[in-house]
Design a protein around this ligand. Structure first.
Ligand code: MG
Length: 267
């Protein structure tokens, strides 16, 4: 019993000494004065390494920077090198005067390369001769990873459902504004895409796909989170399936929409 009492006293003494050490100022100063942190200088929050990589911007706005992969530059040779049809055969879309034109009934075309996160620049033009209305006028689309459509449509004086007009994430997000040019005029999309991430569950996103779109330089989709793959009929959430990198796909919706100056930067 006496031994136990002695051990208890020793432990108490150690505890008191440790507590005193913990509260003792690290720097000598006036008794009871707490240590003062070193005064901040501007250099303390400057990060120098590694140096940010240099990219040569395009000569004109919209032209590819030095680290871009050029997917279409007006030449048939590059079309055949970078693109194929949905079955992996040479595409039947045609190159005319440096423009890539969708041929009705030939099906979509997709890049042979597969991408995860990227910045895409693409220029497109709906026919100057206006035929059809609503979804039947100048319809095509840019599918991100073959699954998520940024709608291409002649939306100049052409009403349709708001989440299906030009610049919509089809049937999920209407564009913030309608920045369409007239039919027959070249238009641009600059698309920033973050692919979804999946956990163990293969039928729901760990983080969803996210998309930002500028239409003719105007922000129309601001980092929106997608609900699932693009569907014409149905609920996107029910169609989620785990996937990896995917192609960029251009839709054949039966209208001779033209494309030019397509480039991508992997992120
Ligand atoms: Mg479409």
């Amino acid at each position: 019993m006496k031994k136990l009492f002695t051990i208890s006293l020793m432990l108490l003494a150690i505890g008191v000494v440790t507590a005193q050490q913990q509260t003792r100022p690290a720097q000598q100063g006036q008794p009871g004065q707490l240590p003062q942190p070193a005064r901040m200088t501007p250099e303390m929050t400057e990060i120098w390494e590694p140096e940010v990589p240099i990219v040569e911007p395009g000569a004109q706005p919209g032209m590819p920077p030095s680290d871009a992969i050029i997917l279409f530059d007006g030449s048939e040779a590059l079309l055949n090198k970078e693109w194929e049809d949905a079955r992996g055969n040479p595409t039947k879309w045609i190159v005319k005067n440096g423009e890539l034109v969708c041929v009705k009934g030939s099906g979509p075309i997709k890049t042979k390369r597969k991408f995860t996160d990227f910045q895409l620049h693409i220029e497109w033009k709906t026919p100057s001769e206006v035929t059809g209305e609503g979804q039947g006028r100048g319809n095509s689309g840019v599918y991100l990873q073959e699954l998520y459509e940024v709608q291409i449509l002649d939306s100049y004086n052409n009403r349709t459902y708001r989440n299906g007009q030009a610049g919509s994430i089809y049937k999920q997000y209407a564009p913030l504004v309608n920045a369409s040019r007239k039919p027959g005029e070249w238009q641009t999309y600059d698309i920033i895409y973050t692919a979804p991430r999946f956990g163990n569950d293969s039928t729901s996103y760990f983080t969803p796909p996210r998309v930002t779109v500028l239409h003719n330089g105007v922000l129309i989709q601001n980092n929106v989170s997608l609900r699932g793959p693009t569907l014409y009929i149905g609920i996107p959430e029910y169609s989620i399936k785990k996937h990896g990198p995917g192609s960029i796909l251009l839709q054949d919706h039966g209208n001779p929409v033209a494309f030019r100056n397509i480039w991508v930067r992997e992120l």
